[in-house]
Write a protein that binds this ligand. Structure first.
Ligand SMILES: Cc1cc2nc3c(=O)[nH]c(=O)nc-3n(C[C@H](O)[C@H](O)[C@H](O)COP(=O)(O)O)c2cc1C
Length: 394
């Protein structure tokens, strides 16, 4: 395949080269000093393996299930809200996930309607934030249900922190003439990216179609974000109410503490994702792979557990599964693939991860991901060498 790349780090380099500076910065995201963004990646580097050399298995089963969905390997696409970086956005990602036999989470802030995404991949979970009134939430949920989504993900780890030491991108409210004029010098420096949109006849869509109130047009991304910021914050009773209203598979995303995991189990969620929003929540929250074992110990027999944050390699996936996650969810890794090569770029990233999972399962002497256990992982001394692909390098 032309444009094939061999690692996620290379996808990131290509995304950086291809995208206008502020668009790339929107994918890098992160908060404050970036301690958590970096720790998510670094903590995987502090875990190692002790591979066998003989008696290995020729055939390996990588499949698993999460919330009733079959996954061909233990990876799902985590919901992210900035896929308008490519004209095909969430549709390209959904098709790539379908072609590799995995499920995806669709962000509430997505740039494509949920109906079109479900048509591209029937294994679509719809992600909600607690936004607006209960009536409005019911409307959003019912629309997703009618579209045929297979479950709901409620993301709770957002604390509206502002500012990044490496600077935040300036993204326009809508892409009108004034915004295009302001953005022109940056975009003209990336002619291939501009050409991609020109060829598709579309301009980057900064509206949020899945947040449209009944009978009203889609709000702008930032208009919707402001509504979310001004919504009174939910209690555990509110979340229990939402779960009951939904009735089907329900994931609570953003858990980093044992007591919150226990509360989530008490209100009857199907799954939790151990997540710090990819380092976009409170900076200083530890890497998710560090907190996973205590959460698995506390509630692992009562709820399905996934992990997201810092996954860049198949071996990261295997470390998380060995420590008790059923699967991981990925964010930036596929966003870089999307920016680098659209659907094919996302497929390329998924193939890299799948290959890495298979290789680690082979080396560890297992014939199935189900056989992985904490004894497969060894703790290595933290290295002073900086991780090569610094997630937030802009
Ligand atoms: C640019 C960006 C946008 C995101 N948007 C959302 C979102 O709309 N909803 C959500 O639940 N999580 C969102 N996330 C968090 C991801 O779902 C996921 O938790 C995180 O990216 C995992 O970390 P990783 O990027 O290191 O893989 C976003 C993350 C990034 C980097």
């Amino acid at each position: 395949m032309t444009g094939w790349f061999e690692t996620v780090a290379e996808a990131q380099r290509r995304a950086k080269k291809r995208l206008p500076k502020s668009v790339y910065a929107a994918l890098v995201a992160g908060s404050e000093q970036g301690i958590t963004v970096d720790d998510n990646v670094a903590a995987f580097g502090e875990l190692g393996f002790a591979p066998h050399v003989a008696g290995l298995s020729d055939v390996r089963d990588l499949s698993t299930t999460v919330m009733g969905q079959d996954l061909s390997f233990p990876v799902m696409v985590s919901p992210t809200g900035v896929q308008a970086v490519h004209p095909d956005g969430e549709i390209a990602v959904a098709r790539a996930a379908a072609s590799r036999g995995i499920a995806l989470g669709l962000s509430l802030f997505a740039s494509k309607p949920v109906e079109d995404v479900v048509a591209a991949n029937p294994q679509t979970f719809f992600q909600l934030h607690w936004v607006g009134s209960r009536e409005y939430l019911l409307h959003l949920m019912n629309r997703a249900r009618d579209a045929g989504v297979v479950g709901l993900i409620l993301t709770m780890d957002w604390s509206f922190s502002e500012g990044r030491d490496w600077g935040s991108p300036s993204i326009p409210e809508t892409v009108n003439l004034a915004a295009m004029t302001r953005f022109a010098p940056e975009a003209l420096a990336r002619p291939r990216w501009l050409w991609q949109f020109a060829r598709s006849g579309a301009i980057p869509d900064l509206s949020a179609p899945n947040l449209a109130p009944p009978g009203k047009p889609a709000p702008t991304f930032f208009g919707a974000y402001r509504d979310w910021m001004s919504t009174p914050l939910p209690t555990w009773e509110d979340i229990a109410w939402l779960r009951e209203q939904w009735g089907g598979p329900f994931m609570l995303k953003g858990i980093t503490r044992v007591d919150d995991a226990q509360r989530a189990v008490d209100i009857g969620v199907t799954a939790i994702s151990v997540s710090n929003h990819g380092g976009n929540n409170l900076d200083g929250t530890p890497a998710t792979i560090r907190v996973l074992p205590s959460i698995v110990d506390a509630v692992g027999d009562r709820v399905e557990i996934t992990l997201d944050g810092g996954v860049r390699r198949g071996s990261d996936v295997v470390k998380a599964v060995a420590l008790g996650a059923r699967a991981v969810m990925i964010g930036r890794a596929y966003l870089w693939g999307l920016a680098a090569g659209g659907q094919a770029g996302v497929e390329n990233v998924l193939d890299i991860l799948r290959g890495g999972v298979d290789s680690a399962v082979l080396g560890l002497g297992h014939s199935s991901v189900q056989d992985l256990s904490p004894s497969d992982v060894v703790t290595t001394t933290p290295s002073n060498t900086p991780i090569a692909s610094d997630s937030r390098s802009t």
